[in-house]
Design a binder for this molecule. Sequence first.
Ligand SMILES: NC(=O)c1ccc[n+]([C@@H]2O[C@H](COP(=O)([O-])OP(=O)(O)OC[C@H]3O[C@@H](n4cnc5c(N)ncnc54)[C@H](O)[C@@H]3O)[C@@H](O)[C@H]2O)c1
Length: 309
Amino acid sequence: MTQHYTIGIVGTGVIGRSWTVAFARAGHSVRLYDIDPTRAQEALDWARQHLTTAGAVDAVSLHTDLAAALDGVDYVQECGPDGLEIKQTLFRELDAVAPPNAILASSQSDYDTNVIAAGLRGADRCLTAHPVNPPHIVPVVELLPTEAVPAATIERACAVLRSAGQTPVVMRRYVPGLLMNRIQAAMLKEALALVLDDVADVADVDACVSDGLGLRWALLGPLAVADANADGGAREYFTKYRDSWIELMDGLSPTPAFTPEQIERIGRSVEEARGGAPAADVHAWRDRMLTALLELRRADPSPYTSATA
Ligand SMILES: NC(=O)c1ccc[n+]([C@@H]2O[C@H](COP(=O)([O-])OP(=O)(O)OC[C@H]3O[C@@H](n4cnc5c(N)ncnc54)[C@H](O)[C@@H]3O)[C@@H](O)[C@H]2O)c1
């Protein structure tokens, strides 16, 4: 039988409400706290609409006091606003009132967890657990523990996340942007430049990913794609194409200035490509398709060992 956990969600906005669904759907008790009680109530209402498992909503409780919310929790997912001082203050409060063994995880991706938890008695139970929005649909979560966190605690955090259907990936040290935003930045930089330098339109640049590269990336990471692109695998691929990749990588476009005019141009073109579909419809379609794709992948799993294995 899967282990039952008691989870504290601190900050119940866009990300907190989605974590609520992920943990409650897995059969865990979820205790919600937001500095603004109306946000906590809204998150509960939102979760009610998204939870189909019988009894899952009954396991979600609202609290107006942080210490009461964290009474007896095994794991806290902090989802408050961004800002280093805000995170440091929040983690000081969490460390003061959460049970000594509870893991304290932040949803943020901007800062080194060592800096957020600097000087805390419980720095050895603090980590970043940065999801992709919305975490109740997209499984990957990047973990960045402080240097003080022992391996057993990292494993415990992974077990809690896996129990909720997430795919934790563990970083060995901090780099700005963590893993995902760095990878995303590299591609976004080039996609923006191709449009702003008039090489191709927004819809065509996006189609290169949505109707091409991204279809493979939904199944295989970029390194596994290279492995599958040559009969002799990644060694053959990178040997064969070494020079052209070096030339291309060295010649990639500079970072765009993001001037108001550039932002307006990209914004207008993406809006045209959307063809007037309301944002809520796009989000609902994206979530339906992601869910269907994940079901397909579960039915026919990847041969590559990944963080899910
Ligand atoms: N939105 C995204 O796409 C996304 C994706 C991944 C990670 N994140 C991270 O998740 C975190 C939350 O982002 P969000 O988009 O849900 O923000 P949000 O503004 O929607 O929600 C933040 C919530 O925190 C509450 N809050 C403010 N101060 C608080 C305090 N002291 N104690 C408790 N609650 C407090 C606010 O009332 C609000 O409800 C951020 O660290 C963000 O970087 C966001």
